[in-house]
Structures are given as C-alpha cells and as structure tokens.
Design a protein around this ligand. Structure first.
Ligand code: GLY
Length: 376
C-alpha cells in the first residue's frame, strides 16, 4: 500500500493511501475506537465497495447513515442532518466520521465533522476519480450557499484518504471523464513525466470504450464501464497516485490557499463560468467538460499574453480532444466574463487566472475580466 503524506510545519497532518483493493481499509480504521460511516446512498446501491464495507461495519458494530447526494442537497440542511445523526448515535469528541462517496459527500461529511462538537476527526473513501485525485485530498470542505458553490466551508484535514481505483468500476463514464480532466489538470500544473502517459492511457480507454459500446457516448449519463475494460482500471493506479502526490505537495506548501494552491484552480475560472451559464440555461455541460474547455481558454490566454509559445493551446486542445474531453462551448467570451465577475473568487474587481506557460509550468495572474475580454 502506497502512503503519501500531507505536512504542516514538518508534521504529518493527513495520510493518503493508494491500494488496489479494499482489504486494507479495516487496518487503517483499527486505531480509531468510535467510527461512524456516512455514505452516498447511490454508492450504497451501486458500488461493490458498499457490500464489503457493510460487512466490515457489521463485524465491528459501526453505525452507518446514507445521504442523498446532489449539488442541490449540498447545503447546510444536509450538514445539520449529519450532525443530528451523530448526536443521536452518541458520537463523542473521540469519534472518527468516515465519508464514503464522491467530492460532494466528502465535502459535506468533512464540514459536518469540522463543526460537530467543535470538530471531530474525519477520513474519506472517495468513490469517484475526481474525488480520488482532487476533492478528497487537501482538507477543503463545504456546501453551496446563497446561490454560490462552496460558499460556506472550512479547511480541515482528514486523518486519511483511502484511494482504491477498483471502486470506479460502477462510476458512470461522465463522472469518470470529470476526474480525467482533473487528473490532466494536475499534470499540467506539475508534470514529472506523467502528462503524456495520462493522455496516452485516457485516449486508449476512450477509444476502447467507443469501440466496445458502439452508439454510446461518453457523456451519456447512463453509460458505464463495459465489463471487458474493468481489469484496465488497475492501469490507472500509478497515475492516480502520481496526481495525489502532486496535490499533497501543493497542499503541504500552501494549505490555506494564500498562493501556490490557487494553481489547482487551473481551468476552473473559465470552467465555473461555463458551468454556471449551462446551469442557468438548463444546458447539459458537466464539470469535466467545463474544466477541459476552461484549460483550453487558459492556454489561449497564456499565448495571447506571450507567456506560452505559439501552438501550445492547440496542442493542449488536441490532447484533450483525443481523450474525448472536449465539447462545443455555446457561450461567448462576454457571457463567460459576466459569469466570472460574479464568481466568489473575484477579489477587488480582479480574478486569479491560472495560466500554463508549458506543461508543468503554471503561473497565477490577477487580471481584470475586461482586460481578458479585450485580448480575446
Ligand atoms: N480543489 C482545489 C483545491 O483543493 O485546492
């Protein structure tokens, strides 16, 4: 089992375990006397991990709660439901709350744990690729509020994050693609030779998926991994571990996002604008495709500012397209600019744009949105 640490002032504040299989989870939980499990109800219905976990919980008499998970349910009411359930079940200050699900689940469970009795410990079993490479690492917790995403939240490190790529076998392809976009984002921020390898594998998997599931598209909400491709999930393990290492390093250097951690928002400034416009117009553009488009705009902006070599944005676009991560963006730069200025990350009229100068070399530029529009 690979262990990756997150440090604060040279102390380990969170551990990430990457392991093919769920067997080691029980050993990871052994030091904690009072464990409370909060699981996404959809994971409980569809994910093989749920069966293994329920057996383990029964053996140890661990209480479990199921939560309905969606962007709408990512709110204070659900957090209060979790806190109420912990109280009813006698959770004390020594409790460990284990969140099992995707990023919405781990964000809400971490937030509830950070509030309950002024803060109890939490740990995560992320069940989506996005949560495995990003959301369940680094301690950001939160819920949507006042019409804005993640407006209320805390930064509170989980004791550990247990990453098992096999749990992805029940993940819809659309959600898989969202994680694939975040994985490539991570390697554009810090390459270590992983970017090209990730593009190769993700392209290969996308090609196989299309060849096997003739007629299904990757963004079809129902499309799932075909059985013959399941053994290939293990090929993702080294890349998931590499992405987790990059994120753990960034968070160790800047836990509270005063500088370097902002780089993890590569693709998200434009991407969130596209997502919020799509939400407003009831268009179906999911997070992964919005972030992929956002990375192309960020690369184009870097070129326009002469930070990146001519042709860099086109190369990124080709790579993302080969992994079937790119779709048509129906929104103009003016539409996106309006949405960006409403983003909570706009500070003093300026927005942090994360700009790639090359693969593995990303800078943060604070720019007025009007200046960006003028360049496009
Ligand atoms: N998801 C970006 C971060 O954790 O900072």
């Amino acid at each position: 089992m690979e262990q990756i640490n997150i440090y604060s002032a040279e102390e380990v504040v969170s551990r990430i375990y990457v392991e093919d299989g769920m067997e080691m989870l029980e050993a990871c939980l052994k030091p904690y006397e009072h464990v409370f499990v909060v699981m996404d109800a959809n994971v409980a219905m569809n994910c093989p991990v749920a069966y293994e976990m329920s057996q383990m919980m029964n053996r140890h008499g661990v209480p479990g709660m199921l939560v309905d998970v969606s962007e709408e349910a990512k709110c204070m009411e659900t957090v209060m439901d979790i806190c109420g359930w912990l109280l009813e079940n006698g959770a004390d200050r020594d409790a460990l709350v284990l969140g099992v699900g995707g990023g919405i689940t781990t964000d809400m469970v971490g937030f509830a744990a950070s509030l309950y009795k002024r803060g109890v410990r939490c740990a995560y079993v992320p069940t989506t690729l996005l949560a495995q490479v990003d959301a369940a690492i680094g301690g950001k917790t939160g819920v949507n509020f006042g019409g804005y995403k993640n407006m209320l939240g805390t930064i509170c490190q989980p004791e550990f994050t247990y990453i098992c790529p096999q749990v992805l076998e029940s993940l819809p392809m659309e959600a898989f693609q969202a994680g694939a976009a975040e994985m490539l984002k991570t390697f554009i921020i810090e390459d270590n030779g992983n970017y090209q390898e990730a593009v190769r594998l993700l392209k290969d998997l996308a090609d196989d998926f299309v060849a096997i599931c003739q007629g299904a598209t990757l963004s079809d909400g129902e499309a799932r991994w075909p059985e013959v491709l399941l053994p290939r999930l293990a090929e993702l393990t080294p890349l998931i571990a590499a992405a987790a290492r990059v994120k753990a390093g960034v968070v160790s250097r800047d836990q509270f996002e005063t500088g370097e951690r902002r780089k993890l928002n590569l693709g998200h400034t434009f991407g969130h604008a596209i997502e919020s416009l799509a939400h407003r117009h009831r268009n179906d553009i999911d997070h992964g495709h919005a972030v992929a488009l956002g990375m192309v705009y960020a690369a184009q902006l870097a070129e326009k500012l002469e930070l990146a070599e001519p042709g860099f944005a086109a190369a990124i676009e080709r790579d993302l397209d080969s992994c079937l991560l790119l779709i048509f963006n129906p929104y103009s730069i003016q539409d996106m600019a309006e949405a960006m200025t409403k983003d909570k990350k706009a500070e003093g009229g300026k927005v942090h744009f994360i700009l790639p100068r090359a693969v593995g070399d990303v800078v943060v530029c604070d720019m007025a949105v009007e200046d960006v529009v003028a360049l496009f």
